[in-house]
Design a protein around this ligand. Structure first.
Ligand SMILES: [Zn+2]
Length: 308
């Protein structure tokens, strides 16, 4: 099991808990949303500091890996480039180029700049494994509506982006792997591109937690998840769940910490379900269950995090 927490939440308590619960990796996840490029910069600044590096060293010293997973399109293609190169940027539904999220997926120069910036970015990820989670921006409807981009699906554009990152990063790190996150519109199977060497699936079933009633996997959706695993291959397939994500209730409550009760029965049933489909790695967000939470509500029940 792997968990994702916000960078500031990495304290001695989470390190001890991770050991106790046999967590394989703790990944730092800067707060998402349309400001994710700024929270990413915040994390990069933090992990530069000796005292933060020391925390990471402690974690690794206790047998747990450090990881990093974040939204980065607006970071990789600096928005300041709009003044000189509006064609690098996304066209909205009205035909206007905009800096609001992502980029023009079919602009090769933009892709090249982003891949080169990704190479520089991964150098900053202190003691990261050669497995990179560099996601597009964090909102729906961030599609580019230009004539070229319209020819392909969002999933195809995202896979092309991942392939390009993989090719570029593997020139300096030959064993690097790049995640394709099946999330929002990218949950569909790409039709034109196929994953190149090093690209693997991370499936994040966010829709389960935004529907009125948490849906169960059946019918078309079950088929889709199975097909995603088949398309990308089982070898490195990973699911990124929200079993312990207290940041969703936090947002719904108007940025207020609320008491969290995990659905242990469902979580255990999900383990079997995902394993049955061939997923090799299980991960979950565990944000907003930090020291502040414990001060207000006491220790949350984390028992189901320990896989059988
Ligand atoms: Zn475009």
């Amino acid at each position: 099991m792997e968990i994702l927490i916000h960078p500031r939440e990495l304290t001695q308590r989470w390190i001890d808990k991770a050991v106790e619960l046999d967590i394989k990796r703790v990944s730092l996840h800067p707060v998402g949303g349309m400001d994710a490029h700024s929270t990413l910069v915040g994390m990069l600044n933090e992990i530069e500091k000796p005292e933060f590096k020391e925390k990471i060293d402690t974690l690794i010293g206790r047998g747990i890996e450090i990881g990093y997973e974040f939204h980065a399109a607006s970071y990789l293609l600096p928005r300041e480039l709009f003044d000189t190169h509006p064609e690098y940027f996304r066209m909205d539904e009205k035909g206007q180029r905009t800096t609001w999220g992502n980029f023009c997926f079919s602009n090769q120069e933009a892709l090249d700049i982003m891949a080169e910036n990704a190479v520089k970015l991964i150098e900053k990820l202190y003691r990261s494994p050669d497995e990179y989670y560099i996601w597009l921006d964090d909102a729906k409807n961030l599609f580019c509506h230009c004539e070229n981009c319209k020819k392909l699906s969002f999933a195809d554009h995202q896979l092309n982006f991942c392939n390009h990152l993989a090719r570029t990063i593997r020139r300096v790190k030959p064993r690097a792997k790049i995640c394709y996150i099946a999330y929002f519109e990218a949950v569909d199977i790409p039709k034109v591109y196929t994953p190149e060497e090093g690209v693997f699936l991370e499936y994040a079933p966010y829709e389960r937690y935004t529907e009125k009633d948490s849906f169960s996997f059946e019918g078309d959706y079950l088929e889709l998840v199975g097909n995603l695993v088949k398309f990308f291959g089982k070898e490195d397939a990973k699911v990124l769940e929200y079993w312990y994500d207290n940041s969703i209730p936090y947002r719904y409550a108007g940025n207020k910490l609320v008491e969290f009760t995990p659905d242990n029965k469902q979580i255990k049933a999900d383990y079997d379900f995902y394993r049955g489909l061939g997923f090799k790695t299980l991960a979950t967000f565990a944000c907003n269950l930090d020291d502040d939470y414990v001060a207000l509500f006491g220790e949350p029940d984390l028992s189901a995090l320990k896989e059988d």
